[in-house]
Design a protein around this ligand. Structure first.
Ligand SMILES: Nc1ncnc2c1ncn2[C@@H]1O[C@H](COP(=O)(O)OP(=O)(O)OP(=O)(O)O)[C@@H](O)[C@H]1O
Length: 220
């Protein structure tokens, strides 16, 4: 077994220490696990995901993803370009660009050739049922389509780890189920490691492992 994510004694606070969120978090995630992160609103699930992705730095402690420490600008940028894909609750696609243009952004960032990038976009769009939507502006897409588009974007550069922050939280029940099933299928087919923050007990129970955040730490 390979431990792909290691979080050791991580501390993160805001407002000059007045808001303490992560208070010595330890978490080991094995490659191929699908892990649900649950806990009450405001307990720090998003903060922990952001710290693992290198989107935020902890004040203390250490994060390692796929054998590499996440600490400075360079390691954080490399991590997001090559190793980790991130899906947010609200897609975070650029509304005025077409879906295809949005999906090309991460490919351009890693210097993929234009033809390889377009092939990759079509491959992912086909898998997610979005082929007919590629030339639509994101603002013209439905909520479910946007979220499927966000999944494609996260997978563009073939990450090993997918981090998802309430990926279906903004969707109605029917779309929630469809997007979650698609997410799990894409993860399983690629053997990815998934860490997903969720409030939804049903979705959490369909992951291989559930950890709860409480009082700034995690418990199984
Ligand atoms: N940039 C920030 N500045 C100040 N406080 C912040 C910041 N980001 C998060 N917080 C606070 O940190 C705490 C944890 O927030 P976080 O978003 O990680 O919780 P969460 O468990 O993901 O919540 P939810 O389930 O509601 O999304 C909250 O009290 C939040 O208000």
């Amino acid at each position: 077994m390979e431990t792909i994510i290691q979080v050791n004694d991580v501390w993160r606070s805001y407002d000059e220490g007045r808001i303490e969120v992560l208070k010595g978090v330890d978490l080991l995630v094995e490659a191929g696990e699908t892990l649900a992160l649950v806990g009450s609103s405001g307990c720090g699930k998003s903060t922990l995901l952001n710290v693992i992705a290198g989107l935020e730095l902890p004040q203390e402690g250490r994060v390692t993803v796929a054998g590499r420490g996440v600490f400075d600008e360079v390691s954080r940028r490399e991590l997001l370009r090559h190793t980790v894909g991130f899906v947010f609750q609200l897609h975070h696609l650029m509304p005025g660009l077409t879906l295809e243009e949005n999906l090309l952004v991460p490919a351009v960032a890693v210097g993929m050739s234009a033809s390889a990038a377009r092939d990759r976009v079509r491959e992912l769009a086909e898998e997610t049922g979005l082929l007919q939507r590629l030339d639509r502006r994101v603002r013209e897409l439905s909520g479910g389509e946007r979220q499927r588009g966000a999944l494609c974007r996260a997978l563009m550069n073939r990450p090993r780890v997918l981090l998802a922050d309430e990926p279906t939280g903004a969707l109605d029940e029917r779309n929630r189920e469809a997007v979650f099933e698609l997410l799990m299928k894409l993860v399983a087919e690629r053997g990815l490691t998934l860490v997903m923050a969720t409030h939804d007990v049903d979705l959490a129970s369909r992951c291989s492992r559930v950890v709860r955040m409480r009082d700034g730490r995690v418990e199984e």
